[in-house]
Design a protein around this ligand. Structure first.
Ligand code: NAG
Ligand code: NAG
Ligand code: NAG
Ligand code: NAG
Ligand code: NAG
Length: 483
């Protein structure tokens, strides 16, 4: 997890896609006579009416527990475009070398021991039995020790059963490449016995395979997307001896949209998606039970900090936070995750988030941390010190106004001695309640559901991500968008 390079590299983000869209609408208006517009609106209303009816019928039909055919496959065969207004996804059937074979060799994915438990349960990991007594009993089956790098496996399983998956490539809006880019490189990151070429091999071969498919040419790959389970910097090696693979820098990767737990904020093709947490609800009622639970916690401490402290190096930012925390006489709770104390399953982190009004989220080795989502899922209000920790990472998943759900304290103010306790104490009870309510409202959008079909009638992080990609691909069809 070596971050580095803030430099704006590779493809630049368009200046302002929002205004582009507005401009093109204005353009449209000028060219269409008024009568056509009226007709168009009328037509839309009819369509909506039909849609509503269709939706009702399909909702009644898809009692997924009893049907032998999953609703996704039903949609593949029966569904018109009505249930998938943003279009459908075609999933490439990659050779096992690129995904399942990596998973089958889980015992050799890293040098410190087997990862087979880590990625068991379809990527969710072992059941978190140690959380009994901390979480509501009815949700015991919804918590796992999920690895923060498991997203590529989770997305793959969900995609195969996605409501808007199509088996007919001709009718697809988007093409999904189920390559386990993170697992493929993870194995080669840590020992000197491997070469740069070892780290790039899977990715390079995958790109060749994909470019040879007939559907690549349709849009030069602009309608292709992939999940890469590690942070973007693990795939951006610029020098032969550097860290990670060159996967994102390989020429064939240029137009592929990448779902990553940490994006490069300057790269349009990088999309930030929530880190997988341990909570994987099976139903919307699991979600509401959990939301009610976190809403009614007694939060005895004002704020908390969970993380490795890096041995308190002088000037290390996390060291400063830790000092402040220890010095806040009972207002702050510390969970020291030094070494690997928090990596093999402890309820301490969840307990401290559940018991605190706010949680501190400094940058770590890279800009983001899984802890952001652990914190928010527990209904604790995140405190950020860098904009790139969340605001310019997860725009599709978090509220648009940062101050509605989080507190921002510029890192320089902390370096100049500003008291965090002082800042947080100034918020009044009802302001805190409002922010917490916003955090709780967004929980569904930042969790990954357990069933491969997703949650009935509720969008989770996967749904938001894929719909986001589909909508982006539509936007790209505007004249002159692609570069
Ligand atoms: C690296 O290679 C050497 C020689 O082949 C071998 O003895 C050693 O165990 C290897 N180290 C690791 C960490 O795989
Ligand atoms: C990416 O898209 C551009 C513009 O549409 C195209 O010229 C280029 O060949 C594409 N790159 C690849 C690797 O297909
Ligand atoms: C701890 O708090 C006291 C009083 O609030 C303050 O004088 C002192 O400078 C603080 N120490 C650190 C390391 O922040
Ligand atoms: C977690 O690690 C601690 C110490 O490293 C060990 O004592 C404990 O048994 C481990 N627990 C599990 C479930 O592996
Ligand atoms: C960072 O985010 C905060 C809170 O939204 C905002 O006030 C500030 O202007 C941002 N800073 C930069 C450099 O964008």
């Amino acid at each position: 997890m070596l971050p580095l390079s803030d430099s704006p590299v590779s493809p630049q983000k368009p200046q302002n896609p929002e205004s582009d869209r507005k401009n093109s609408f204005t353009l449209l208006k000028h060219h269409l006579p008024r009568a056509w517009l009226i007709f168009f609106v009328f037509f839309l209303q009819i369509l909506l009416l039909l849609l509503a009816r269709n939706f009702h019928i399909s909702a009644v039909l898809s009692t997924r527990q009893t049907l032998p055919v999953s609703p996704a496959i039903a949609a593949v065969h029966g569904g018109g475009t009505s249930e998938c207004p943003s279009g459908k996804v075609f999933v490439y059937d990659l050779p096992p070398y690129f995904n399942t074979e990596l998973l089958e060799n889980c015992h050799e994915l890293n040098p410190w021991g087997s990862r087979c438990d880590t990625y068991s349960n379809d990527g969710l990991g072992r059941r978190a039995t140690k959380l009994a007594g901390v979480i509501p009993e009815s949700l015991a089956g919804a918590w796992f020790w999920t690895d923060q790098f498991a997203s590529e496996i989770i997305y793959h399983n969900r995609m195969l059963n996605y409501r808007c998956r199509t088996l007919d490539a001709e009718s697809a809006t988007a093409f999904y490449i189920p390559f386990y880019a993170g697992l493929a490189v993870g194995k080669y990151l840590w020992t000197e016995n491997y070469t740069a070429d070892d780290r790039d091999r899977h990715c390079r071969t995958m790109l060749k395979w994909v470019h040879d498919q007939p559907y690549w040419k349709k849009s030069d790959g602009w309608d292709h997307f992939i999940t890469m389970g590690r942070i973007t910097w693990d795939f951006r090696r610029s020098k032969e001896q550097g860290w990670g693979s060159r996967c994102i820098y390989l020429p064939g990767m240029r137009n592929i949209t990448r779902l990553l737990i940490e994006r490069n904020s300057w790269d349009y093709f990088d999309v930030g998606v929530p880190y997988p947490t341990g909570f994987h609800p099976s139903s919307p009622s699991d979600v509401t039970t959990w939301q009610d639970f976190v809403r009614t916690r007694t939060r005895a401490t004002l704020f908390c900090f969970a993380g490795a402290t890096r041995g308190l190096i002088k000037n290390d930012f996390r060291g400063l936070l830790l000092d402040q925390c220890y010095n806040s006489s009972g207002s702050c709770r510390v969970v020291d995750c030094g070494g690997s104390k928090c990596s093999n399953g402890t309820s301490l982190i969840l307990e401290s988030f559940l018991g605190s009004e706010f949680c501190l989220q400094p940058r770590g080795d890279s800009f983001t941390r899984r802890s952001i989502f652990d914190c928010m899922i527990a209904g604790s209000i995140p405190v950020f010190f860098w904009n790139r920790t969340a605001y310019s990472q997860y725009e599709w998943f978090l509220p648009g106004r940062p101050e509605s759900y989080s507190v921002f304290i510029d890192k320089n103010e902390i370096l100049n001695g500003k008291s965090i306790k002082g800042v947080l104490e100034k918020f009044k009870g009802d302001e805190v309640r409002k922010m917490r309510e916003k955090v709780i409202e967004y929980i569904p959008r930042i969790v990954y559901a357990k069933p491969h079909e997703g949650l009935e009638g509720m969008k989770d992080a996967f749904d938001v991500a894929v719909e986001g990609v589909l909508n982006r691909i539509k936007d790209q069809e505007q004249e002159g968008f692609k570069w």
